[in-house]
Design a protein around this ligand. Structure first.
Ligand code: SF4
Length: 210
């Protein structure tokens, strides 16, 4: 598998926000979101590593939480093997995925949190979403929307009306920091979602490897 970087930091997004976590960032992505903030991982070749090499490196940090991110991690052909190996080593795994890849083959496990995005119109990628994935999310997973404008929020509202979503739903503003406008919209519309920042942007700025 092609690895862009492995580092530890605080989880910056979602229900585990603030939790010390080892991040495994893979190379390559099948989407081109307008506001992508990990373009380097999409474009670089990275380092070729086997799943067991990745697990050994992750274990070296002695932190029980791992986040597989990208790019799009599900593009790596041995990603399922890596997930199984991490779970076997009693690590809690968050699998971040962009909503365009089928989740069907991911194992069901208490130790696995699927963190799925639905890309809104401002990303330019909303047509690429596999909405059937929404039925596969359990209460232990999470669904994330990055919101840029009113069109995005109307889109997210429609998705949530048309699909039964069992897991926590998180909305984050593009850029990850300026929460006020989104918070006001969510409160006004009485949406049952959580508004969260991208903590990494607040603490470290754009990119952080520790
Ligand atoms: S899915 Fe993620 S990595 Fe891929 S283009 Fe969109 S924001 Fe960037």
């Amino acid at each position: 598998m092609r690895i862009s970087e492995i580092f530890h930091s605080l989880q910056g997004e979602g229900v585990l926000i603030g939790t010390p976590t080892v991040f495994v960032r893979t190379c390559g992505c099948n989407l081109e979101c307008v506001w992508c903030d990990t373009k380097y991982a999409r474009e670089e070749q990275g380092t070729e590593m086997s799943p067991s090499e990745v697990v050994e490196k992750v274990k070296g940090y002695e932190i029980p939480y791992v986040c597989l991110t990208g790019g799009e991690p599900m593009l790596q052909k041995d990603m399922f093997e890596l997930v199984e190996l991490l779970l076997k080593n009693s690590l809690h795994v968050t699998m971040e995925t962009n909503g365009s890849m089928s989740l069907e083959e991911l194992p069901c496990s208490d130790g696995l949190l699927i963190s799925m995005d639905i890309k809104c119109p401002s990303s330019g990628m909303s047509e690429r979403m596999m909405m059937e994935n929404l039925e596969l999310l359990s209460p232990a997973d999470q669904l994330k929307f990055i919101i840029a404008d009113e069109e995005d929020i109307l889109f997210a509202e429609k998705v949530l009306k048309e699909h039964e979503v069992l897991c926590p739903v998180i909305m984050t503003p593009v850029g990850g920091i300026d929460l006020r406008q989104l918070a006001e919209r969510v409160l006004k519309k009485r949406l049952n979602v959580r508004v969260l920042p991208q903590l990494q942007k607040i603490i470290w700025g754009e990119r952080r490897g520790v």
